[in-house]
Write a protein that binds this ligand. Structure first.
Ligand SMILES: Nc1ncnc2c1ncn2[C@@H]1O[C@H](COP(=O)(O)OP(=O)(O)O)[C@@H](O)[C@H]1O
Ligand SMILES: [Mg+2]
Length: 286
């Protein structure tokens, strides 16, 4: 996959949001001064309480919705609408019930702004994407014959077929049972490993973020902005890092608590918490 070419590359980021602001109608602004940068192949988890504006943010990053101000850049270029190398998966896998798994995956290639592909190219991409998510055996099944996990895998295959540089995921595994959820998290890591695909994972589940993310951005405040950022440099798999991740979990919860209850804390909650988590040390950078 394209992991950024050439020495003249001006930005190492596949996706950037610059100074985003979002206001719905006459309501108070929901998001203000939000900046996010996603490097090639990086998995960034965006955490935040319900209603903070996570889904709105992801739609803006996907080019499905316009920000009131600010810019979204893909490979350093501002976007105006959806981009062929940015794919999105929702919590509801939203498969078309009258199409087979295979046709549902192919459907992602017919979206607006997709490059024109020959039938052979399409078939190759679809076959490769279905293999990547481990569903070859089920390619002719209808959505009603798929388990929740298989349906989510199909939704991911639909993204993969587009050969995206970045996949945007809005609480994609929230409706799945624990075991399936863990399998989906491993699949996301495998996609990154095999294809170099970056991901923005919206989740309200801190443990999910700690398991899969290279970086966690915590949204909070009114209007919402990044109130904390942690780089998680632990190698995968992280299943055995119970203690280390537990420490971090407490820190993130504390930061969130301070943002939600600013008057019960003396700390300046406007300061963005920024930490580099390396090996077993939790080192302060700022
Ligand atoms: N299209 C819209 N028009 C008006 N208000 C909206 C719209 N979409 C979301 N909102 C409001 O914005 C707030 C944040 O919503 P959302 O982005 O879904 O947050 P989250 O995903 O973090 O729960 C909510 O109060 C919601 O009602
Ligand atoms: Mg949401």
């Amino acid at each position: 996959m394209n992991m950024n070419a050439g020495p003249l590359e001006s930005t190492p980021y596949v996706l950037q949001a610059q100074d985003l602001r979002l206001q719905y109608g006459d309501a108070a602004p929901l998001i203000e001064g939000l900046n996010i940068s996603v490097a090639a192949g990086e998995i960034v988890a965006i955490l935040g309480p319900s209603g903070v504006g996570k889904s709105s943010l992801l739609r803006i990053l996907a080019g499905l919705q316009k920000a009131s101000a600010g810019k979204v850049l893909v490979d350093g270029e501002p976007i105006d609408g959806t981009h062929p190398r940015v794919a999105m998966a929702f919590q509801d896998p939203s498969l078309l019930p009258w199409l087979t798994l295979e046709k549902n995956v192919a459907f992602g290639l017919d979206f607006r702004h997709q490059p024109h592909l020959t039938t052979t190219e399409k078939t190759q991409r679809v076959t490769a994407a279905i293999r990547e998510v481990g569903l070859e055996h089920a390619r002719h099944r209808m959505p009603a014959e798929l388990s929740g996990g298989m349906a989510q895998r199909t939704a991911l295959a639909r993204c993969v077929a587009r050969q995206p540089e970045v996949i945007l995921l809005d609480e994609p595994f929230g409706a799945l049972d624990e075991v399936t959820r863990a399998a989906m998290q491993r699949l996301l890591l495998k996609l990154r490993e095999d294809l170099g695909t970056a991901a923005v994972l919206i989740t309200h589940d801190i443990d999910e973020a700690l398991q899969v993310a290279d970086r966690i951005v915590l949204l909070g405040g009114a209007p919402a902005h990044a109130i904390g950022e942690w780089k998680i440099a632990y190698a995968q798999p992280r299943d055995d890092l119970v203690e280390e991740l537990g420490q971090l979990r407490i820190e993130i919860l504390r930061t969130l608590h301070r943002a939600l209850h600013p008057h019960t804390s003396k700390s300046k909650n406007n300061d963005v918490v920024q930490k580099n988590i390396e090996s077993k040390e939790i080192a302060h950078v700022s």
